[in-house]
Structure formats: C-alpha cells, structure tokens
Ligand binder design. Sequence first.
Ligand code: B12
Length: 144
Amino acid sequence: MRDTTFRPRRALVLGVAASDAHAVANRLIHLMLTEQGFRVRNLGVCTPLAEFADAAAELDAAAVIIGSVNGHAVNDLADLPGLRAMGRLACPVVFGGRPSIEVGGAATGRARLRELGVDHVLDRAEQLPALLDSILAPVLTHAG
Ligand code: B12
C-alpha cells in the first residue's frame, strides 16, 4: 500500500472565494481531506484572498485550496498577482469548482485563473488528494 504518512506534516488552507456562499462542497472536501490524513485549516465560505494569505503565512502552509461554484472566481482572485508581488501567498494555490457563469465558459475561466497565477485548476474534489500528495511529498523530502 502507498505510504501517505507524510500527509499531516504540513498544513493546508482550505476555503471558498470571497463572493461565494456555497458551503456544501467545502464541507465535504474538508471531511474528505481530514479523513485521508491531511492537516486542514478550513476558513469556510466568503473568504477574501488576503485572509487565505494570512492563514498560509501563520501556518507555513504547503498549499492554499480555494473553491468556488458561483462563477465569479476570476474577480475574487484578481488580487493574487498583487499579493504575490508583495511576497505573500508564495505557496501553490489550487482552485476547484466552476470558474465561469457563461455557458461553455469553463475553459476560458480556467485560462484566466491560470493567468492570474493560480497554479492548479481542478473540476472535481476527487482530483485533490493525488494533487496534494504531489505537492506535499517533494516539500517534505526537501525539508528532510
Ligand atoms: C445549493 C445551492 C445554493 C444555495 C447554497 C446553500 C449553501 N449553504 O451552500 C443558495 C440558495 C444559498 C445558493 C445561492 C446562489 N447560487 Co447556487 N446553487 C446551489 C446548487 C443547487 C447546489 C450546490 C451544491 O451544494 N452542490 C453540491 C456540491 C457537492 O457540488 P458542487 O457545488 O457542484 O461541487 C462539486 C464540483 O463543483 C467540485 N468543487 C466544488 N468546489 C470545489 C472546491 C475544490 C477545491 C475542488 C477541487 C472541487 C470543487 O467538486 C464538487 C464535488 O464534485 C447549485 C446547482 C447544482 N445542482 O450544482 C447552484 C449553483 C451553484 N448556484 C448558482 C447561482 C447562480 C447562485 C446565486 C448567484 C443565485 C442568486 N441569483 O442569488 C447565489 C449565489 C450566492 C453566493 N453569494 O455565492 C449557479 C452557479 C452558476 C455558474 N457557476 O455557472 C448554480 C450552478 C445553479 C445554476 N445552474 O445556475 N445556491
């Protein structure tokens, strides 16, 4: 069986984008990640990007995971380049959910999020554990 004992050793920050009040996926993802051994600080719904940055700094987080399904993620994450220019949110940022309100606009929404500097854009919660393992394992190997 695969060794996943490294999962609790670095914190992850989870939450929902600033304009978005949809709570269900966030709650389910928190439960899924916790049950699978990840260490998660969940900031919940309607979380401004600066609060993700503050929590990531406080916890020395390995990644920040931002969900949104209301279609306004591009606006909500518009400050990411500015925060990064100030040296904040240096860890990988993962987005998951629905990035657009336009019919057939998902690809454009994903591309705009990538342009803002979002490192990984996912559609489904089930994709998260493997991605997080790929982020955490090298960080921990490097840290010794
Ligand atoms: C319940 C619901 C609400 C409830 C939320 C209650 C609550 N406490 O959460 C209420 C009534 C408040 C609400 C409000 C609104 N809603 Co609403 N809502 C829904 C609904 C019916 C279900 C959402 C849900 O909980 N699904 C269950 C979860 C488990 O599934 P999910 O959210 O789809 O998430 C999956 C994936 O998207 C993904 N995922 C989601 N988040 C994340 C995060 C990460 C990190 C990852 C990796 C994956 C991931 O994985 C999940 C599991 O596969 C959907 C329609 C639908 N059937 O999906 C609309 C829907 C999301 N809402 C919509 C809209 C437009 C609104 C409003 C703007 C309506 C309005 N005019 O007021 C407001 C916005 C409020 C706000 N500020 O965000 C639209 C969004 C349109 C778009 N993106 O194209 C939808 C899609 C309805 C529609 N077809 O138009 N809503």
